[in-house]
Ligand binder design. Structure first.
Ligand SMILES: C[S@@+](CC[C@H](N)C(=O)[O-])C[C@H]1O[C@@H](n2cnc3c(N)ncnc32)[C@H](O)[C@@H]1O
Ligand code: SF4
Length: 388
């Protein structure tokens, strides 16, 4: 790992005691090779997207053999039976999926089996007031919207809005920004309460691309009473041109924001991805009182990662940085006459074999003095398939 990251990382992350629904590890939950239970299912509903963020770069092609609603329900049911308490619906852009509300409504009975939270990650461009109400009515608990800048130019750059005319790009970026800001208000009006952690904002920060947006994004989130979650630029997929120099570490982000608005560390919840901070000038009841950073590159949290990812076409991956083709195709166990127990056994067996700690291994390689770009796997599955 470059020395720069080591310095930025020092003393910035601690693990707080288990405290939330995602921590519910039951005796039903299989343990992996590193004794990590299964707790979260991230289900991608589509690989398609209406944006082309350069750090993600979806190819826009839906894989053949998309799961049906019934098959998705069976996957979720099996995961819950194995200890999953938190379901995150993602993509691609999940709002492009017409059956989203139907799926959310259909999983409600699983709350009796241990499902405690249903969340959605979206770029917000398609979140109308009506759609926000429909999602809430269907039983969605949380929404996280993604926004990587506060100006038309920055939003256009980070969302991959192309075209040869810079003013045209800026105009379209400003239009997207306006849509996402409206979407946040639609979600709030539909009942997603930021004070209860039900509405949050994600931003990927890429050094040299949008790190000038850090303070404006923090100001925007504070004004709107929202928790901002800053995500380090990750080397998922193979086409986003990732390089360590393009990563601004979470510690550096916290330092910059803390210099403007002093921060107090709250630590990272066990099995969580984000280290949280509190603005000293805000009361804890204020939804905008918190800042969160996801340090997947500079301070990885593989040690207690409990996330299973299933792509839109039913391939199960046990690590965000997994190699393409290394996932388990669940479709053989999703045929109309396949017994549910076999699906559960297949998922449990794959989880029990899991030894992945890819991000930590890369960090260790860096610390041993490996090259800056040292990677332990030749290729990664694409983010738009895995869903973040
Ligand atoms: C893959 S997206 C899918 C959901 C939705 N389309 C969205 O953008 O929110 C899920 C999350 O992953 C983040 N993401 C995508 N590529 C990333 C990368 N290379 N590094 C860090 N975060 C990334 C996005 O910003 C988003 O917050
Ligand atoms: S991060 Fe989300 S919005 Fe951006 S291209 Fe990827 S899937 Fe689409």
């Amino acid at each position: 790992m470059p020395k720069r990251y080591r310095q930025q990382q020092a003393g910035s992350h601690s693990v707080a005691p288990m405290a939330n629904a995602a921590n519910h590890a039951t005796s039903r939950a299989p343990r992996d090779q590193l004794d990590r239970p299964l707790g979260v299912l991230r289900l991608s509903l589509t690989a398609r997207c209406n944006l082309a963020c350069p750090y993600c770069l979806p190819d826009g092609v839906e894989p053949p053999g998309l799961l049906t609603l019934a098959q998705r329900l069976r996957v979720i049911e099996a995961a819950v039976a194995l200890g999953v308490s938190s379901l995150r619906l993602t993509g691609g852009e999940p709002l492009l999926h017409a059956g989203l509300e139907e799926l959310i409504a259909a999983v409600q009975p699983l709350r009796k089996q241990g499902l405690r939270e249903i969340a959605l990650t979206s770029n917000g461009a398609l979140l109308s007031a009506e759609r926000a109400r429909a999602l809430r009515a269907a039983g969605l608990d949380r929404v996280t919207l993604s926004l990587d800048g506060t100006t038309g130019a920055a939003v256009a750059r980070m969302a991959g809005i192309g075209g040869s005319d810079p003013q045209g790009r800026e105009r379209r970026g400003a239009a997207l920004l306006a849509k996402v800001l409206a979407a946040l208000e639609h979600a709030r009006a539909a009942g997603f309460d930021p004070q209860q952690g039900e509405l949050k904002l994600n931003a990927v920060i890429q050094h040299g691309a949008n790190d000038d947006q850090l303070l404006p994004l923090a100001a925007l989130a504070r004004e709107r009473g929202l928790e901002l979650r800053l995500i380090e630029f990750m080397d998922v997929g193979n086409r986003n041109g990732w390089h360590p120099a393009a990563v601004l570490s979470a510690a550096a982000m916290v330092e910059r924001i803390g210099a403007r608005w002093p921060l107090e560390p709250l630590g990272r919840t066990a099995h969580g991805t984000a280290s949280r901070w509190r603005y000293r000038d805000r009361s804890p009841e204020d939804g905008g009182a918190h800042l969160a950073v996801v340090a997947s590159v500079s301070a990885p949290f593989c040690g207690d990662c409990n996330r299973l990812r299933v792509t839109a076409d039913g391939i199960a991956y046990t690590c965000l940085f997994a190699a393409p083709g290394s996932g388990l195709d669940l479709r053989p166990w999703l045929q109309p006459d396949s017994p549910g127990v076999e699906l559960r056994e297949a998922i449990a067996a794959r989880w029990s074999d899991r030894a992945a700690r890819w991000s930590e291994e890369r960090l260790e390689a860096w610390e041993r003095g490996g090259p800056e770009g040292a990677v332990a796997a030749p290729a990664h599955a694409e983010m738009a398939y895995l869903g973040g």
